[in-house]
Design a protein around this ligand. Structure first.
Ligand code: TYD
Ligand code: MG
Length: 450
């Protein structure tokens, strides 16, 4: 490639081309290739010895852990890894209308009440609109400062002058930098704006919270570019039609991931749900076939959820497999193992699987509970009352031990369960539950057939 000639770079994977093309051969993405001004294709070597010597230090050097800023919304603080870290950048992603603006307005208003200097900048709503929402949420007495602006230059000038400790930008897709020639919301705009704001965060030790709308295919607009740039990524999830919302940490440089905060959307905003197990277990009633209670772990916290399966004869040539709250591929695997190792076929049957309450379960430890729900629905025999189930299933049909059995059992005990089906050789401490240890998936079938 000639020196100085313009080049065409895929904004998704970084592959460089001589000419524009619609589809990137590197990553398969469409319309991701953008013309960039030329320069040296391969930069000249930098090892000429003209750089400055960096001061290196050992691992045992001084560490200063800055105090975290606590909002007082325990579920929010938990998802952030124990409060906001000064100078960090957070991204809060989620579908439009899920409640991102609501939770951040609540968090910012409460922080401001605790004498943290907070600014909330919205590019989507006018200040009057936010004010009336705050009034409805009972937060009108908070000294939070509001701004309604989309120009990055104006936002940065204001922030430099005011020096807040926490700033919320709602949303990053509405902000535009006037030195970047593309429409607000485009990848280059989103990236440029986020970069400037994050640089401000580091320079002035101000916590920057960016709101990002998620595109239809589940990505934060601007193909994941924001995810590597920020320190913490929180996703706000929930099924439409359920009032429960889950704030999930998927990346955190200052704390554990997979930590969740559970909220309920009420007419006075989002309220915390300190005991999610009670919420995800649908009203406990007479046992019905097709339901199994899974003792799961979300982050550091045990959570019990009901897994429901329905197996019914299908009129279709290709029977339906519909899953809410779990992985479709994993369901196919569990059904294949049930078929191959236990002789329980699902051919000609529609299979529906649902995790109650709108939680998304990603742990493989749910395999056994899913299998139990499926077998229960297929045989129309209910799982014995007050039973919790957990365990991973291997392709060979073995039930494999999972981590943190004790925490799972303790939570079940606390909620009044009497029995547990769990993998053999789970190293458990004494438990008041009646434990049924399973070695093979076949044993689950036998529990129903006996
Ligand atoms: P919002 O925070 O505006 O969503 P996002 O910023 O993620 O797009 O939430 C909007 C939804 O929340 C809207 O459908 C109404 C509902 N809602 C309540 O049910 N109660 C409330 O007190 C508030 C403020 C919103
Ligand atoms: Mg919003």
């Amino acid at each position: 490639m000639a020196k100085g000639a313009d080049r065409f770079v895929c904004q998704h994977c970084g592959t460089v081309y001589r000419k524009w093309q619609g589809k990137c051969d590197g990553c398969g993405e469409w319309n991701s290739i953008v013309q960039e001004a030329g320069g040296d294709v391969v930069p000249r070597g930098l090892s000429s010895g003209k750089g400055r010597l960096i001061e290196l230090s050992g691992l045992t050097g001084e560490t200063e852990s800055a105090p975290r800023m606590i909002t007082g919304i325990a579920e929010f603080d938990r998802a952030c890894g124990g409060g906001l870290v000064p100078g960090s950048a957070l991204l809060v992603g989620g579908d439009p209308g899920i409640g991102k603006s609501t939770i951040l307005l609540q968090a910012a208003a409460l922080l401001a009440k605790r004498n943290v200097n907070c600014v909330y900048i919205s590019g989507e709503e006018a200040s009057a609109q936010i004010r009336s929402r705050a009034l409805r949420l009972g937060l009108a007495d908070s000294p939070l400062e509001l701004g309604s602006e989309t120009s990055l230059r104006d936002i940065l000038t204001t922030l430099e002058a005011r020096r807040p400790q926490v700033v919320v930008i709602d949303s990053i897709q509405t902000v535009f930098a006037d030195n970047v020639e593309s429409a607000p919301g485009s990848v280059s705009q989103v990236r440029a704006c986020a970069q400037e704001l994050i640089r401000f965060a580091k320079r002035r030790a101000c916590t920057v919270i960016l709101v990002g709308h998620v595109t239809k295919d589940g990505q934060i607009a601007g193909p994941r570019v924001l995810e590597h740039m920020v320190d913490t990524v929180l996703y706000f999830e929930g099924e439409r039609g359920h009032q429960f919302r889950i704030l999930r940490a998927v990346k955190n440089r200052y704390g554990g991931t997979d930590e969740i905060g559970v909220f309920e959307m009420t007419d006075r905003g989002l309220s915390e749900v300190p005991n999610p197990s009670a919420l995800f277990l649908t009203n406990r009633r007479e046992p019905v076939s097709g339901a199994a209670v899974f003792a799961g772990i979300e982050g550091t916290r045990p959570v019990l959820v009901e897994i429901q399966a329905l197996v019914s004869p299908s009129p279709l040539a290709t029977p339906r497999r519909a899953v809410v709250g779990w992985d479709t591929g994993r369901l196919a695997m569990v059904m294949a193992v049930l078929d191959a190792r236990c002789g329980l076929g699902f051919g000609g049957q529609d299979v529906y699987l649902n995790v109650a309450g709108g939680l998304r379960v990603s742990e493989p430890a749910a395999d056994l509970a899913v299998a139990a729900a499926l077998v229960s629905s297929l045989t129309d025999i209910a799982v014995p009352a007050e039973t919790v189930i957990f365990g991973e299933i291997s392709l060979a049909g073995e039930v494999r031990p999972v981590a943190q059995s004790d925490a799972r059992l303790k939570e079940a005990e606390k909620l009044g369960f009497a029995r547990a089906w769990l993998p053999q050789s789970s190293k458990t401490a004494k438990s008041s539950l009646k434990l049924t240890e399973l070695e093979k998936l076949q044993a689950v079938k036998d529990l129903f057939m006996s």
